[in-house]
Design a protein around this ligand. Structure first.
Ligand SMILES: C[S@@+](CC[C@H](N)C(=O)[O-])C[C@H]1O[C@@H](n2cnc3c(N)ncnc32)[C@H](O)[C@@H]1O
Length: 310
């Protein structure tokens, strides 16, 4: 990372007291000025701007200082101990909402049930529930802090009540998780490889966000294939590299039953990075989803349709 020049720090401190303290985290005067503006507009009245700038200098994430992060139409409360929602997640979740709502294939009179694993603040579950008329949701997380925060986020955002479950999804079977049938399964599991953690993760994340939410190998994708596919008509799981997509694709393709019943695709984010592995079942509902999800990302594997066509 390039070093910061003393003249930039001097320039910043001459513009506003404390502004220079934001430069190390923001890396540019433009970004620091924008953050300063957010801090001065949104900081709770009992906190001083100089205190906030010092927190930022000590790498505390902005969202923990301000207490929230916008996510689509929602304002998600953020607290230490629970991962802050990222723009990459917001991006695909918003596209998923638009894709579903633009489709005449969904009859909003029949409720769609969403199940969100590794829910954290609940941002994905609540945004989908808020954006898709007549939907219901279940949100699951291992962490009590996360589940408590989802409750606050439901109240704050006036989202309909969902079912919240505190559970380790790797050690419990989804058959114990209500409801029996899921229309849309989502998840943003911990997916930063242990070997990449120190190299790729920035200081503020490493110091202040929970490692439990960040570090994972392939176990959540294995859990998806082995335990959740039988319960849902479609799934959308965030990924951090193509290895995670390849794993899901290989597992599905190499299983004759799964390969016949699931079409899967890969979605890139607007930075050109692989971001979502998704799939839908080749049942009567799933087959009708095909045109919809052709535009969501790139379909890599098409299950043989009920009529035999590819
Ligand atoms: C990457 S965060 C995602 C949070 C949120 N969905 C989002 O997109 O901002 C992963 C979440 O998975 C949860 N988690 C980690 N291991 C888990 C497990 N074995 N079972 C259930 N949840 C788990 C963490 O507590 C954390 O909230």
């Amino acid at each position: 990372m390039p070093r910061i020049s003393p003249s930039l720090l001097k320039k910043a401190s001459s513009i506003r007291p404390g502004l220079h303290l934001l430069i190390p985290e923001c890396r540019s005067l433009q970004q620091a000025t924008l953050e300063y503006k957010w801090l001065s507009e949104e900081l709770p009245p009992e906190k001083s701007i100089l205190w906030a700038c010092l927190q930022r200098y000590n790498h505390v994430p902005l969202q923990y200082i301000l207490g929230s992060q916008p996510f689509g139409a929602l304002d998600i409360i953020c607290k230490p101990g629970v991962l802050i929602p990222r723009w990459e997640t917001e991006e695909w979740v918003m596209e998923l909402i638009t894709t579903i709502n633009n489709s005449t294939l969904f009859n909003h009179e029949t409720p769609l049930h969403i199940c969100d694993t590794c829910t954290g603040t609940g941002c994905i579950a609540l945004a989908l529930n808020h954006g898709i008329p007549n939907s219901t949701f279940t949100a699951i997380d291992i962490s009590k802090k996360a589940i408590d925060l989802v409750k606050l986020n439901i109240l704050k955002n006036k989202v309909g009540k969902g079912r919240l479950i505190q559970r380790n999804i790797l050690t419990s079977t989804p058959s114990n998780v209500p409801p029996l049938h899921i229309d849309i399964l989502t998840g943003n599991p911990p997916y930063i490889r242990k070997r990449d953690f120190n190299r790729d993760v920035k200081t503020s994340v490493r110091l202040f966000e929970p490692k439990l939410a960040l570090v994972g190998e392939l176990e959540f994708y294995q859990n998806l294939v082995e335990h959740w596919l039988s319960k849902t008509d479609s799934f959308f799981y965030e990924i951090g590299d193509t290895g995670q997509f390849d794993y899901v694709e290989t597992r599905i393709k190499s299983d004759s039953k799964l390969s016949q019943s699931w079409s899967i695709g890969l979605k890139y984010d607007s930075n050109g990075k692989p971001r979502v592995v998704y799939g839908f079942k080749n049942n009567s509902k799933g087959a009708r989803l095909l045109p919809l999800f052709e535009n969501f990302g790139t379909l890599k594997h098409l299950a043989t349709t009920e009529t035999g066509a590819k």
